[in-house]
Design a protein around this ligand. Structure first.
Ligand code: B12
Ligand code: SF4
Ligand code: SF4
Length: 253
């Protein structure tokens, strides 16, 4: 069964795949997976290599890469989940690449329903680096993940014991807002405001200013560049403009 799933995943364009048992998935700050899927047994975790748009000097062109990989990985995950469901009579649920996520006023911090970094670690697809991202043995830091939760019994992979991170600190030194200064923790609010200036915070700021402006100022605001960038980020879902911690890491292709 596992071999057939791996073969199908590779045929669909997945770069690497690992199986994590739910027992090995340990993400203390995330919800209990059984609340989402009571009979879940395993996670089929998929790794996708990032392209190099992030190296472009144009921040908007750089943001294209993450959007494309996200679209592709969603489509592939759906096809693979459907294959598992149809061929092995199993239940399957897909963890999205990024949104929707929990974004409540109470919890404040945005959080995925399932932490894909912890899932990838449990599936043996890499280990944490100094930038708090998973470093894959071949693809290095330029890798993104998706996961399919299933009640199917599958042979699990083991987590990697060693990290490939050399602690060169390139990621830490090149973070424009010092979000990585504390070892083992990303300062989420610092990263968010810098890497997604047209996301929730930027959008809220825009409309708060808008309702306190006179009609002439409002007209100016709506025809300005900032609103056009906010509009595109919302409409297309391409929100990241900073990739420094990933692109300055020397590991990978
Ligand atoms: C929300 C979110 C964000 C938020 C962070 C919110 C948060 N609370 O972590 C923001 C907007 C800041 C963000 C930024 C980025 N993100 Co993001 N993000 C997510 C998302 C949707 C949820 C993450 C989550 O639930 N976090 C909450 C919990 C799980 O975090 P935590 O328990 O506090 O764990 C943290 C620390 O404790 C530490 N940690 C935990 N265990 C261990 C163990 C060791 C040994 C160490 C050293 C550290 C460590 O690492 C975690 C990160 O801070 C995931 C997708 C998903 N569903 O998982 C993508 C995801 C994590 N993001 C990803 C990426 C690529 C990025 C960016 C590089 C985006 C970009 N600019 O390209 C930056 C990197 C920031 C960084 N260096 O940490 C990838 C990571 C891929 C990888 N190779 O690991 C993911 C998995 C998306 C995907 N589909 O692949 N992200
Ligand atoms: S994405 Fe940018 S702001 Fe966020 S941690 Fe990485 S370098 Fe810092
Ligand atoms: S840039 Fe250096 S310190 Fe940061 S994750 Fe990569 S190897 Fe580790």
């Amino acid at each position: 069964m596992k071999e057939k799933i791996i073969e199908k995943a590779k045929e669909l364009g997945v770069d690497d795949i690992g199986i994590a048992s739910i027992e090995n998935y340990n993400s203390p700050n995330s919800v209990d997976v059984h609340e989402l899927f009571p009979t879940v047994k395993n996670m089929v975790v998929l790794a996708f290599q990032q392209v190099d748009n992030m190296e472009s000097n144009s921040s908007q062109f750089a943001s294209v890469g993450i959007k494309l990989i996200s679209d592709f990985s969603h489509s592939v995950s759906y096809q693979l989940a459907n294959y598992i469901k149809t061929n092995f009579n199993a239940k399957v649920m897909i963890v999205p690449s990024s949104g929707p996520i929990t974004m409540s006023k109470q919890t404040f911090m945005p959080s995925g329903f399932v932490s894909l970094r912890h899932a990838a670690y449990a599936a043996g697809l890499g280990n944490f680096g100094r930038h708090n991202l998973i470093i894959h043995p071949e693809m290095g830091s330029k890798v993104m993940f998706m996961a399919i939760l299933t009640d199917l019994d599958l042979d699990e992979d083991s987590p990697l014991e060693e990290t490939d991170c050399t602690y060169c600190d390139n990621c830490v030194k090149n973070c424009p807002v010092n979000a990585l200064d504390e070892d083992g923790k990303t300062d989420v609010m610092k990263c968010l405001s810098n890497s997604q200036p047209y996301g929730f915070g930027g959008n809220k700021q825009f409309w708060t200013k808008f309702i306190n402006s006179n009609p002439h100022e409002q007209e100016e605001m709506l025809s300005g560049d900032n609103y056009r960038l906010i509009y595109q980020a919302q409409a297309l879902g391409s929100q990241y403009v900073c990739f420094n911690c990933t692109k300055t890491c020397p590991l990978g292709r």
